[in-house]
Each structure stands twice: as C-alpha cells, then as structure tokens.
Design a protein around this ligand. Sequence first.
Ligand code: ATP
Ligand code: MG
Length: 272
Amino acid sequence: MLDDTEGYVTEDGRKIGGVVMEMKNITLRFGGVVAIKDISFDIREGEIRAIIGPNGAGKSSMLNVISGFYHPQEGEVWYKGKKRPGMRPYQVAQQGIARTFQNIALFEGMSVLDNVMTGRIRQMSTGMFAQALWKGKAEQEEVENRETVEKVIDFLEIQHIRKTPVGRLPYGLKKRVELARALAAEPSILLLDEPMAGMNVEEKEDMSRFILDVNDEFGTTIALIEHDMGVVMDLSDRVVVMDYGKKIGDGSPDEVRSNQAVIDAYLGVQHD
Ligand SMILES: Nc1ncnc2c1ncn2[C@@H]1O[C@H](COP(=O)(O)OP(=O)(O)OP(=O)(O)O)[C@@H](O)[C@H]1O
Ligand SMILES: [Mg+2]
C-alpha cells in the first residue's frame, strides 16, 4: 500500500506526489437513479488518473462532483488535506481545478483567441470600478492574461487558427480549443471528460501527446474519462473503473486489465 503523503517515481521516471484529492464514500442520486454508489478513491499530485466504465456508469457524474456541478447526498470531498465545504463551480475553479466537457461547450461565434481568453476569468480580479480607478493594475492584468493565453495557444499548436470563429473548426480542433481554455486558467488539477471521443486515430495521437506534455511541462494533475482502452493504458498512471455507479476496480493499468470484474463488465464487451 502506498502512503498517502509519500510519492513515488514511475517506471518512465515521472514523479508522482502524495494524495491531493480524496473522494470519500460519495453517493449521488437523481430522484430514483443512483448515479454514484458509495465510491471512494484518491488522486495523487502529478498523476494521470483515468476513470473508465460503460455508458451510464456514473463517470461524468463523478467529474461533476469534483468540479462542484453536482452535490452528492452522501460523502466527502477532501482537497489538499482539508474537507471541502459545499462549493459552487466557480469556487472550485478558484481553487485551481479546471475542466472540459463531454459535449463541447465553447462560444461558437467567437474566435479561438477569445474563447481561450474566457479561461482567464478567474484571474481577472479587476472589475469595471477598479479598472476606472486604477487603470495601471487593469492594464498589467490584461498583459499577463494575454501572455498566458498566447503561451497556451503556442503550446497546443493552434496559432494558425487563433482568429477563426470556433464554429468553423473541425471537431478535433474544437476539442483542442476546449483544452486550451481549461489550460489558460493554469489549473493544478485538470478534469477531462472524454477528450478524445469522436476523434480519428491521428487526432487521438495528437491529443494524447498534448495531455502528456501538459502533465510533464506544468506538472498538472489530470483526471480523465476515456473509452479508448489503448489510450487509457498508454496515458494513465492509475485507473478507477465504474459500473452502474459502483467502483469495481482501482489500480495500475495492468492491475485493472487483469481484474476479472472489470473484464466481465467492461473490457470484454463491445463499447464506444
Ligand atoms: N443531471 C442528471 N439528471 C438525472 N439523471 C442524471 C443526470 N446526470 C446523470 N444522470 C444519470 O446518472 C447516471 C450516470 O450518468 P453519467 O453521465 O455520469 O454516466 P457516464 O459514465 O458519464 O456515461 P457515458 O459514458 O455515456 O458518458 C445515468 O443513469 C444518467 O442518466
Ligand atoms: Mg459521461
């Protein structure tokens, strides 16, 4: 068993830290539907943590609990060693947790640049009043926001489309712009809900590389939901497996792959 506070070094030399987030006995219901049943797992600093499972297993619901969109009826969320009180999504974002959505949620009529800029909202402390009273600070902030956004745009190799309205982009690039917007917030934890769904092989390879680069370059902790098992096995350090709202597996990709309950519920069956 790993100690909660101690990290370890992976086979390929990546440093994983102690536990940064802990879900404790989470239960989430929608009327009669139990989307999550008494699930516990943790996320370590710097790791890539995958959540997998069949359709309707409760994976997105779990990310929505982490990001403050859903509030579980039972259980606790611990972040950086403290129990998190009930929080609104913007408060969770302020704590350095950013996300992308299963269904792309961008402003289609706005340019790529402006969409990525919206990821900086949490950093824009100066409201209109302050801007009028203290122009210098607002200008300074604007410069910093621009710099971060440009850095992210370079990093994700989307310079050539920075002026293009998002609505005109092919699907794969839209997903990349969504990642860019999340990264613009400079999160310490990044939640990705099926970042590669609907992509062709080449687009998936690009996205996998970007996810690994983000983790490597910025040390960002990543929790991602993904159906493509090849991608999950390649990218993730540890995997949580859900089925009908329950946790049926948790461990390294190899451990999960050889877990009979996981094979029966998920790996052995056709899925998209
Ligand atoms: N806002 C909601 N209101 C009512 N039921 C919901 C809501 N969100 C999720 N559910 C239900 O909770 C269960 C889990 O859904 P969830 O979207 O978390 O699954 P998932 O594992 O992400 O599936 P998929 O792979 O299809 O995205 C489903 O039965 C779903 O219908
Ligand atoms: Mg989902």
